[in-house]
Design a protein around this ligand. Sequence first.
Ligand SMILES: [Zn+2]
Length: 284
Amino acid sequence: MRLQDPDGTLTDMALDAGTRLGFRLAAKGKHCLGHHTVHGPADRDHVLCPARAAATKGSQCEQCFVLDDSRLIHDFHRGGRVPPGLRAYLMQPHWLYVATFATGASKVGTASDLRKWNRLAEQGAVVARYIARAGDGRVVRILEDMITRDAGLPQQVRAAAKAAALVAPAAAVELDAVNRRLAGEARTLLAGAGGEGFEVVDERWARPELAANACAPAARHAYPHDLGTGAHGFRVDSLSGSIALAVLDGSELEFVVNLGQLKARMIELGDHGSDVPAVQEALF
Ligand SMILES: [Zn+2]
């Protein structure tokens, strides 16, 4: 979790199994996180929002949204113009993958070579397979669009759906079968597509150990409180992308908390605890 202090200093806070996280919301709404300027494959600047403005476009203000280089990534393969640094980033090798989430919902996606593994960890995939390695970020997005068009695989699974799925994950063997079948179908399409600049691959993604508990079938509950207001505190037991499996004080019940909802929120860390809701154990 990356925190930005009032003076602009950025601090990384490690979330691990057993980490206690307590905070209260210090202001209403969301505040702009600034923008990124890309200089090359591994070189980018995070420019803070000069106005510390309210976020009106996701987690950015209008001005930072317009300045953000990543806005241009999605049109590059359709001939969109990009600045030289972003072009250098996009011209590195990229991977095409099929990721499956906890209820079997699946997507096709891309990762730059340097972020091959991290990208899927951030997405909170339960099972994933790389299906192609492309010479650059233009080719990989053309392939991605083709898989969406011809295999019907979407390019996005919403965070809310991922969190809801983790309340009752399907069996690992089932999810692996779904992913293997969809990846196989996509590979067949790629092999028949012809064209240059990529090779079909069959490589399974290794899920982080910290996500194992979150992805395992178990009886648990959706976190009942709104992360946009009030005080919260719990022990993180497992983490799948930005979704945590949390245990509240005074209860051994597990709750699924979408920590992504904290993005661009103003919080103050402290010794807080979430209220334990009345839960119908009889359901299980
Ligand atoms: Zn801004």
